[in-house]
Design a protein around this ligand. Sequence first.
Ligand SMILES: Nc1ncnc2c1ncn2[C@@H]1O[C@H](COP(=O)(O)OP(=O)(O)O)[C@@H](O)[C@H]1O
Ligand SMILES: [Mg+2]
Length: 317
Amino acid sequence: MKLAVLRGGKSAEREVSLRSGGQVAKALRGRGHDVTDVDLDGGTWDVLRDGGFECVFNALHGRLGEDGTVQGMLELLGVAYTGSGVLASALCMDKSRAGKVMVAIGLHVPEFEELEINEGVAADLVERVVSRFGLPLVVKPVREGSTIGLTIAKDADAAATGLILAGRYDQRVLVQRFAAGTEITVGVLATPEVQVLPTLEIVSENPVYDYDAKYTAGKSHHIIPARIPEAARVAASDAAARAFSELGCSGMARVDIIVDAGGTPWVLEVNTVPGLTELSLLPDAARAAGVGFEELCQRLVDHAVSRHAHRVGPAAV
Ligand SMILES: Nc1ncnc2c1ncn2[C@@H]1O[C@H](COP(=O)(O)OP(=O)(O)O)[C@@H](O)[C@H]1O
Ligand SMILES: [Mg+2]
């Protein structure tokens, strides 16, 4: 097949996406496909319109890639593409709105509040969130990834600095109760039959599972399956499957969860274009389930092509 791999882009996760896309392109070439690497820029529309691609593999992370915008472009172009569509992509990028949906369907999401940060942060605001959520509390941009702009604040000063930092990435900032427990992530494949991948526990050498821990070899370890009781494993897998389907995801997603001492899965977020690098979580969990990286990429492409062929709606221009 003639395929394009979209990677890079303009988000804060550009470097990760370049690595994800590089690995995907290599895997698809390994399967004998004719693969073109496309770094998202102003000329991408023309390249994708004129390239004669049977499918676009979207390996863009973060805003203007994972958030529904690129999916909208691909819909307009009438080209098959991997992963979730416009709505689920946009919804999952928005931790506040996705959180509300997950709460509404009965999933456990650490209590949160959305704030708008413009200039400066008033002391009484900090006081209020500290008294509402306790310490430590978590501050993060509503629409970012890879732990960028995220703070786990242990005191009011750190909360104030965290709000300003998060506000640099997104005016919309989330303040959230800290969930203590075992950090796991659960991959879900749906190509189209749903397969919940084995739970994967993340052990970070850094106090927070931050950008450095995520992308430096040896700074975090994956344990499959997670070291949690069987009942907690079932609850976390169910939560991941429900989040995936109720948010309308397609193809693949990875659901980040903290399992507390009582076995309750606290859902943090759903990633619709999870990392696909050598160190990444979803490929590792897929491998543990017997789905190698090449097969994973191939399945996502096959699913995208058949979904495109069977879609009902206005024809592309
Ligand atoms: N409410 C929370 N309680 C405890 N840890 C959290 C919480 N929110 C985020 N974290 C930590 O920060 C990391 C990144 O947060 P997450 O919400 O997954 O955003 P992203 O991965 O998009 O940056 C998590 O993997 C976890 O280690
Ligand atoms: Mg995450």
